[in-house]
Write a protein that binds this ligand. Structure first.
Ligand code: ATP
Length: 425
């Protein structure tokens, strides 16, 4: 439908970006492909100066598919259509951008103008494998437009950047390159690795890691890339490759994936399996907090702010040195489970995970035991039971329930009968 609408207007339409790459990869691997995000580029001119061809095409498609939601972003260049299918299924995003930046009429049938226009659009992209386009309109619908050797690189399984200054212009491309390399099992092509090295050595990380940065958009993109990486099953290998390339400096100059951090991350991976059911825990965010917590205490708050983490996360990291020392000092003095519960229940789950990774084996064991067992134990009687037993409701209930909980935790009482006897004493 989209290509028909474009053809009716004398425009060219292309499928671009990740969808073309994934289509070619899935063909090679004969695996099934699930595309939920489609990028289209329309190459056309709209007579009204304030409407891009992409926007007009999106509007035309929405008339055909009224269930799709239309979002128009930017001045008039891009539009997105969103299909919310069954809540159980993934939704479908279709982004439609306009290829031409200069808005002047040109003969659509002129193949040279057309080629230069889509080429220009693809040249702004990051890697050759992401700079492929599939023409959707006739003539030659289905033709692959490959100006930069993307197909060969897909076959050679390598990530090659489009131009030398790419990583200086946008250091988050280093993270994207690593993400694609690890995800597809590709190599970063040698010259591309040298460009990354050059960008790192020229101090490009100052732009992403400096406090009070003047480049918040860059930090937003870095955070998005980190989220992508830390959510993926290959996150640890991606971090290792980022370390090899010296790119973790983009988070903070001092950040290094040394043996200690690697050990903490492996422990975290195990712990995330245990606590995956906890709805409040956002696994990628706690992984990022572990990276930040590995830095000297004086940098943590600034890095968390730079990466635009939520307020509770910034506060947690800011107070982490203090909370860690408190727990490490007080926990060994606790002799009974009830004392441990009293101490640890004042901290949130994330803080306890961060402290556990930092602490000794004993500290970690006690925190795990608290999180997996003791924190879930309830007093053997509740407020209603107390009422039925004839105790007068009032503020003393709190103390009675606390005492009951402590006695339950410390195995002083084991059933309701013993609980009633305990209260009567
Ligand atoms: P994924 O499957 O991970 O979503 P994708 O390639 O579709 O991969 P997107 O982040 O959705 O990734 O980006 C879509 C396209 O936009 C990319 O294929 C690439 O051509 C281009 N692109 C995205 N980010 C950048 C960037 N920082 N610099 C240059 N081009 C980019």
């Amino acid at each position: 439908k989209a290509s028909q609408a474009a053809e009716q207007r004398g425009w060219h339409l292309y499928l671009v970006g990740g969808a073309v790459r994934d289509l070619l990869l899935s063909e090679a691997a004969t695996s099934t492909l699930m595309i939920t995000d489609i990028d289209l580029v329309v190459d056309g001119f709209h007579k009204s100066a304030d409407v891009g061809a992409g926007v007009e095409l999106a509007k035309a498609l929405q008339e055909i598919y009224p269930q799709a939601r239309l979002d128009i972003h930017g001045a008039f260049q891009t539009a997105a259509l969103l299909w919310h299918k069954d809540p159980e299924l993934d939704s479908l995003w279709v982004d439609i951008a306009t290829a031409r930046t200069e808005f002047y009429p040109y003969p659509a049938a002129n193949p040279e103008v057309e080629a230069s226009s889509i080429r220009q659009d693809l040249y702004r992209r990051d890697f050759t494998i992401n700079a492929l386009a599939l023409r959707l309109t006739s003539p030659r619908a289905g033709e692959l437009m490959d100006f930069f050797g993307g197909l060969l690189d897909l076959q050679a399984k390598q990530i090659r950047v489009l131009h030398a200054n790419s990583f200086i212009e946008d250091p988050t491309r280093i993270f994207r390159g690593v993400r694609f390399a690890v995800r597809f099992g590709f190599q970063i092509e040698a010259q591309t690795a040298r460009y990354i090295n050059y960008a790192i050595h020229s101090g490009v990380y100052d732009r992403t890691s400096q406090e009070n940065s003047r480049t918040p958009a860059l930090q937003t993109r870095l955070k998005a890339e980190l989220k992508h990486i830390l959510e993926a099953p290959y996150w640890l290998s991606a971090l290792q490759l980022l370390e090899q390339l010296g790119a973790l400096k983009c988070i903070h100059h001092d950040l290094q994936l040394d043996g200690r951090l690697l050990r903490k991350l492996r422990l975290l991976e195990r712990c995330l399996h245990k606590f995956a059911i906890q709805e409040t825990l956002i696994p990628w965010q706690i992984s990022l907090e572990v990276l930040i917590a590995h830095l000297d205490g004086k940098y943590r708050e600034k890095v968390a702010k730079n990466l635009q983490l939520p307020d509770d996360s910034i506060t947690r990291l800011k107070k982490l040195s203090q909370t860690t020392s408190e727990v490490i000092e007080l926990l060994p003095n606790c002799q009974f489970p009830s004392q441990i519960v009293n101490l640890l229940r004042t901290y949130d789950l994330e803080t306890l995970i961060l402290i556990a990774l930092e602490g000794s084996c004993l500290i970690r064991k006690q925190i795990w035991k608290y999180l997996t067992t003791w924190a879930n134990i309830q007093p053997l009687l509740n407020g209603n039971d107390l009422k039925q037993l004839g105790y007068k409701p009032g503020p003393q209930y709190r103390k009675m329930l606390d005492d009951l909980l402590a006695a339950t935790l410390d195995a002083v009482i084991q059933n309701r009968e013993e609980a009633e006897g305990f209260l009567a004493q």
